[in-house]
Design a protein around this ligand. Sequence first.
Ligand SMILES: C[S@@+](CC[C@H](N)C(=O)[O-])C[C@H]1O[C@@H](n2cnc3c(N)ncnc32)[C@H](O)[C@@H]1O
Length: 344
Amino acid sequence: MTETLATDDDREELDLLLRGFQVSRMLRLIADLGVADKIPTDGQVTVKDIAAACAVLPEPMLRVLRALAAFRIFEVTADGSVAHTPRSRLLRTDTLNSLHHAARFWTGPGSWGAWNKLDVAMTGGTPHEAAWSTGRFAYLKQHPDEARLFDAMMANFPDNRHAAVAAAYDFSGASLIADIGGGNGAALRQILARFSTPRGLVFDREDVITAVTSNDLMQGRITVQGGSFFDQVPCGADIYMLIRVLHDWPDEDCLRILRACRAAMGPQARLLLGEQILEPDPARGRATGYLIDVQMMTMFGDARARSEAEFRGLFDQSGFSLRQVIPTASPVSIIEAAPIAGPF
Ligand SMILES: C[S@@+](CC[C@H](N)C(=O)[O-])C[C@H]1O[C@@H](n2cnc3c(N)ncnc32)[C@H](O)[C@@H]1O
């Protein structure tokens, strides 16, 4: 086999990947300061004015914005005027499915500290625990600001999964949809906006539920309940959803969550998983899928993204049969399962 030599482009692209953390960290700074909202959508503003509005110095602000402009995030002219580009507009908080929260999240302290300890995963440890001496959700409970950022990031995730799930499945026949581990209810809001009959129930940890505001509840169509899906989940819904929940957990914990759902479900109820199904061949899969998989390893140790066969295996051990896999417009697929009889 002849060796394919690296081109100059390969060298430059690899160098940029090596420095990816620098870009990511600058984006967090810019998002923390709310810079994108201080630039008119279709106009210009001077760096001096942005710096004054952020109470920072103009020169370091210019240098950071210039570096980002080299990635087509903001446009910066030689005389120090700044305007938006399509990419930087995605960082505005008023953009539909804004990436503002994602920009603040990935290098936010909890995630950043855990990734710094990535090495420990290679010998079976959990980087997050090595960094913070506690599990991810306990950490979030102790750091409410980061926890609310996490909820906002989940509600506005770059994959736009909530709108995609609402568009890909017929929820019209359901009276009650329970979103288990549903965060602040973003998925239910998308679904109920499309389907007028169902009501929604968000079930999540107490501290997450306490932070849900009345504006989130669609004039009472959505109710909330706090608790742990390792104990029990509410009965009486027609559809139970677990969206990007199982990938946070190792198999034994997934089985506990699935069995708790199974125990709450009537024979006609349906379970919908919303998960990015892992494509075993990375040449065919999306890079974001493998990055999420490593994010799970970094935050939770044995947690991971799974293939369709692995989901089927979990269902076999928890009283479900897989009915269909429905692709959506986002990388997340809907995996529909029905309860089957028998002790689990
Ligand atoms: C990755 S987030 C997904 C949130 C939401 N389903 C979505 O798609 O945006 C996982 C969710 O599981 C919740 N969670 C974690 N442990 C839980 C537990 N023991 N009981 C209930 N919810 C829990 C978290 O608070 C979080 O909202």
